[in-house]
Ligand binder design. Structure first.
Ligand code: NOJ
Length: 734
């Protein structure tokens, strides 16, 4: 539709119709045939209100959505189509690694391809918008949603978030197989106090702007169509009612022109926050802050008309929001083609097709972070005579896709057992569960109960110990349940459930050749695990190709390619922990022998595994960093170079990371900051030069006067394999 026609449509719409466009309801309220059959009571919405809603969430399936679209358009006076939105977080049906695992790939190109694949599948299933990417900066592993982010680094998050937006949206969301992306949660949701989901966020404006906002900005610059508000308060103002944040910062400064949608029920929650006295005032605050769509609460539809009459809000406010919604519908081409790409045939052809599964498998391999590999126990030979026991609740589990994959069918995931059995290796392999996931009853977030059965403990253990005794090597497959991660899954402990740890200790008594594969959506405390294991590999939640990808790396067809996107602490009490901390007046040298220094008396001030760390199956050496110049200016960047050599015996890929450090500033600067990374694949003995461009812009920050500038002075650049590298060179920023 041309802009003039769209404007005409807006001018012809009744107030009632307009307000309806600003309501988003859950798809569960619609039945298969486009009839209202859902539990209206729960949401307390009337059928008439439902018919006015302009968008629907959490629903998919070409046939179903076409019917719902027909039904809804039939109820709209101007036959305005619905937008269907869904959380497609790590794949639609072809489930690939959770976002934290994607962060570990350090490969934005991969994140882009994965998003493109998800968009193809999701749009075939009738979905128009995905609530992804989540670029919230996460520094506290207790927060369950760290699984949904790409980690603790603003630069990595920005690169990954931008890549995902490109992958979903392509050149134009109008194109077949593309959908609109929604960056979330604006802003600062990852900063929840002590990692408690939905809790207070207090960030200085400097921290907010220097560390938290840049990744959202990258997504906006990439043309993301929607932004979602966050549930949290930011410096005592809930984001959903924060005019300064949404108008001055998001719209004015960051230049966002798309649709601003609230998070689920977040408008009404302004009452719980205690800044609105009732639902009506909650809606007033949200619309005044510029929130266009109210997701799953009824403040707008119930009270806007009256508020307009009383002059509490203006017609301009309503029109501006309706206009944003109409523009999105138009960008998606829904006025001409309300089903967009929904197609039962395409669903059959695309969902879980071999090509998509192959990409999910490659991504999984690249997300695995090998943290320890004593005596080069990995890779295995896979030859006849080699006896391997796969033990643990994850050895046979299909629940390896993270907590956000509703349309996918667990039965279609390849478990470790299935992957090994299909790997055509001659090694003899046995599989034993060993123990139950937990040692007690546990209520999963999705409402299901895990019921502990005490009578199974001994038989499961005996079977596992028999298998372990009889094997040369044990692969222990343990971790946190996928429902222990994601939304509303914050934890005070970062351990693997004790029942599984007990299994590890018992297995070690009969076989010390243990490779532990850890499934988790966050950094865990792995010190004890590492003590009992010769190799430790983080698998995160790898998705539908789990077993095949694990077979690829265990038998050496591929090497694990991941690098940690979050720091792994020794103990949970070190949280929040992240590599790019600020320098203290009482620096800690990482030992316990010092007095009166920053840190703890009972825990060295180091990470068990630092950000950026991960092993492959070969080794690399780095030359010292050489610089093209000793002075950096705004006009003249510096080229920083290293030569990387494969010093091992097989081909390998190294993730070369570049960090900068501004040694003196008018405000304290971080120890170091990631500003570049690249991958280099080398044959044994082969060397390659790797160079990075260091620019003045990389050194900008909010200085003592809150000006966003770089400050002249001594600086350093480091190039190495992880965030602790000492391979640096000095220069002066002019
Ligand atoms: C709540 C979550 O915070 C958000 O990330 C998600 O997109 C919405 N629910 C919709 O499901």
């Amino acid at each position: 539709m041309k802009e003039t026609e769209l404007k005409k449509l807006l001018s012809e719409m009744t107030l009632e119709e307009k307000i309806g466009q600003l309501l988003q309801v859950a798809g569960t309220l619609y039945g298969e045939n486009g009839l209202v059959t859902g539990d209206l009571d729960y949401f307390k919405i009337t059928g008439e209100e439902l018919d006015r809603a302009g968008s629907v969430l959490s629903i998919s399936g070409a046939a179903k959505l076409k019917k719902i679209q027909d039904y809804c358009m039939g109820k709209q006076p101007h036959r305005i189509p619905q937008i269907f939105m869904l959380d497609i977080i790590n794949g639609y049906e072809t489930i690939y690694p959770v976002p934290l695992g994607q962060g570990a790939t350090f490969e934005p190109e991969m994140a882009e391809k994965l998003a493109e694949m998800a968009a193809k599948e999701g749009s075939a299933a009738g979905v128009h918008v995905t609530f992804s990417p989540m670029v919230d900066l996460v520094r506290d592993a207790r927060w369950g949603r760290v699984m949904e982010s790409t980690g603790e680094d603003p630069y990595l998050n920005g690169e990954m978030g931008a890549a995902m937006v490109r992958g979903y949206q392509g050149q134009s969301v109008l194109d077949k197989g593309r959908m609109a992306a929604c960056v979330k949660h604006f802003a600062g949701y990852g900063g929840a106090e002590a990692g408690r989901d939905y809790d207070t966020v207090e960030l200085s404006e400097r921290t907010l702007r220097d560390d938290y906002l840049p990744a959202y900005k990258r997504a906006i610059d990439e043309g993301v169509k929607l932004v979602m508000t966050s549930f949290n308060t930011l410096n005592r103002v809930p984001s959903t009612a924060n005019s300064w944040l949404m108008k001055d910062v998001l719209r004015e400064e960051m230049g966002f022109e798309g649709v601003l949608i609230s998070d689920y029920g977040a408008v009404k929650e302004l009452v719980n926050h205690g800044i609105a006295k009732d639902e009506a005032q909650a809606g007033e605050l949200a619309i005044k802050a510029g929130v266009d769509i109210e997701m799953m609460s009824l403040s707008y539809i119930r009270h806007m008309e009256e508020q307009l009459k009383q002059g509490v809000i203006t017609m301009e406010m309503i029109d501006a929001s309706v206009w944003n919604v109409l523009c999105l519908k138009n960008d998606l081409g829904l006025f001409e083609n309300p089903y967009k790409d929904a197609s039962e045939e395409d669903e059959k052809e695309l969902l879980l097709c071999p090509e998509h599964r192959a990409l999910a498998r490659e991504a999984a391999v690249k997300s695995f972070c090998l943290l320890k590999n004593e005596e080069n126990i990995l890779p295995f030979e896979g030859q006849e005579g080699e006896k391997i026991a796969f033990i643990g609740p994850f050895a046979t589990s299909h629940e390896v896709f993270g907590s956000w994959s509703f349309p996918s069918d667990p039965a279609k995931m390849v478990s470790i057992k299935e992957g090994m059995e299909g790997s055509n290796k001659n090694a003899s392999m046995t599989f034993a569960k060993g123990c139950q996931m937990f040692g007690h009853d546990f209520k999963l977030k999705d409402g299901r109960w895990f019921r502990y059965d005490a009578s199974l403990k001994e038989p499961l253990l005996e079977e596992a110990l028999r298998a372990a005794k009889d094997a040369d090597k044990v692969v222990l497959c343990i971790g946190e349940h996928q429902q222990m991660t994601g939304e509303a899954a914050s934890r005070t402990r970062l351990q693997i459930p004790e029942e599984q740890m007990e299994l590890l200790r018992k297995v070690w008594e009969v076989n010390q050749n243990i490779v532990t594969i850890v499934f988790a959506g966050r950094p865990l405390e792995l010190m004890e695990v590492s003590g009992w294991s010769k190799a430790v590999m983080m698998a995160w939640f790898p998705g539908c190709e789990t077993g095949n990808a694990i077979a690829d790396v265990l038998f050496g067809a591929k090497e694990p390619g991941g690098r940690l996107p979050m720091s792994f602490p020794y103990v949970v009490a070190q949280e929040p922990c992240y590599y790019n901390r600020f320098r203290s007046g009482r620096p800690n040298n990482g030992t316990l022998e010092q007095g009166f220094v920053m840190g703890y008396i009972d825990q060295i001030d180091k990470m068990l595994y630092p950000f950026g760390f991960g092993l492959g199956y070969t080794t690399f050496a780095y030359s010292p960093v050489s610089l093209s110049a000793q002075e950096l200016t705004g006009e003249q960047p510096i080229i920083a170079k290293v030569t990387v050599t494969n010093t091992g015996h097989r081909e390998g890929t190294e993730t070369v990371q570049m960090y900068i450090c501004d040694l003196f500033g008018s405000v304290v600067r971080p120890n170091r900051q990631l500003k570049g990374f690249t991958k280099v694949t080398l044959q044994p003995g082969e060397s390659k030069e790797v160079s990075f461009t260091v620019t003045e812009e990389m050194f900008r920050f909010l200085n003592i006067r809150m000006d966003y500038v770089s400050e002249p002075g001594d600086c350093k650049v480091f190039i190495g394999p992880d965030s602790t590298t000492g391979n640096g060179a000095d220069f002066v920023l002019k």
